[in-house]
Design a protein around this ligand. Structure first.
Ligand SMILES: Nc1nc2c(ncn2[C@@H]2O[C@H](COP(=O)(O)OP(=O)(O)OP(=O)(O)O)[C@@H](O)[C@H]2O)c(=O)[nH]1
Ligand SMILES: [Mg+2]
Length: 300
């Protein structure tokens, strides 16, 4: 394991209590939504690092109270916004009263980012969507998108709707992180191997590699969106299984009416998962997955 090629700086910003620290804990530290229920404000900012394959991320979780944000976009702007790879701006969509305040700081942050890290990408998360009434969802999202336009036409933003109480947070953060990981040679090799494997092994409908926190880092094939929830459930229970059987190697299958899922621990704190339609004989699927695990392990 060589030194990481470079440390990629990831900023989480947004108003106080919008959900930044919760997202960080759930998506990067394997916490359950229940464990982050009690709100305690981030003072100033926290810094943590996360390694995924050969990529290393330095995650800045910036406190969102106005006394902090105003300093980040003010006196400390150069320090905060220099060498940034991505900015993730979190907006609490259930808190209508503060949306305009969030946009005010967002514009400043986006401009600062453009000034100090012109190559950085901006992701805007409309968060806590679980608190919206289902029939309001589309309208609220449309309004939010129209409102959070970039402050200048040189800045582009990608928008997502998220909640820590469903798979959306893993899908979203996974998608954001995947683009960064794939800049790395080793990761690219793994991704290509998965692609090739899927082309020649039609018994499988989808394969994915997850971090042990539940983030999808590679996904290939048609049905990968079906994997995220079972993968998360499996990962949450894995620690208990490990304790009970004092074993480190686990392979589990899960059958539904239509699908067969296989979960398997591989190297580097990663998990290989696959989904097949039940028309494929189980034994075939298991053998293929075993082969794929071996292949990926060699590449990691
Ligand atoms: N309903 C709902 N609540 C959430 C969600 N995400 C976070 N929360 C709750 O919102 C509160 C926000 O907490 P934090 O994540 O600490 O907020 P923060 O953005 O880090 O706040 P500061 O550190 O003050 O900037 C917590 O009580 C979370 O449980 C979500 O997706 N849905
Ligand atoms: Mg916080």
């Amino acid at each position: 394991m060589g030194l990481p090629a470079s440390l990629q700086k990831v900023l989480f910003m947004g108003l106080g209590a919008s959900g930044k620290s919760s997202i960080r804990s759930v998506a990067f530290e394997g916490k359950s939504p229940e464990e982050v229920k009690d709100y305690s404000a981030t003072i100033n900012y926290t810094r943590s690092t996360k390694n995924i394959i050969d990529s290393a991320f330095q995650i800045f979780d910036c406190g969102g109270q106005e006394s902090f944000i105003s300093v980040f976009i003010g006196e400390q702007a150069e320090f905060i916004f220099t060498d940034v790879t991505i900015l993730i701006w979190v907006v609490d969509v259930s808190n209508f009263d503060e949306v305009s305040t969030s946009k005010f700081y967002f514009d400043h942050a986006a401009n600062r980012l453009h000034q100090y890290s012109p190559e950085a990408e901006i992701f805007c998360l409309f968060h806590k969507v679980d608190l919206l009434l289902p029939d309001m969802f589309d309208q609220v999202m449309e309004t939010m998108r129209d409102y959070f336009v970039p402050p200048s036409d040189q800045i582009t933003i990608k928008y997502y709707s998220t909640s820590i109480f469903n798979a959306s947070i893993f899908i979203t953060i996974g998608e954001i992180i995947q683009t960064l990981i794939l800049k790395n040679t080793k990761a690219k090799t793994v991704s290509e191997a998965l692609q090739e494997f899927m082309q020649t092994n039609k018994e499988l409908s989808g394969v994915a590699v997850y971090t042990h926190d539940g983030l999808p880092v590679f996904e290939e094939g048609m049905l990968t969106d079906k994997i995220v929830v079972p993968a998360n459930l499996w990962l949450t229970n894995l620690d208990r299984l490990k304790t009970e059987f004092s074993s480190d190697t686990f392979k589990t299958t899960l059958e539904t009416n239509d699908y067969l899922f296989v979960f398997q621990k591989i190297k580097s704190e990663l998990f290989l998962t696959g989904v097949a339609q039940k028309v494929s004989p189980m034994q075939y699927v298991l053998i293929k997955m075993e082969k794929l695990a071996e292949l990926v392990n060699q590449l990691l």
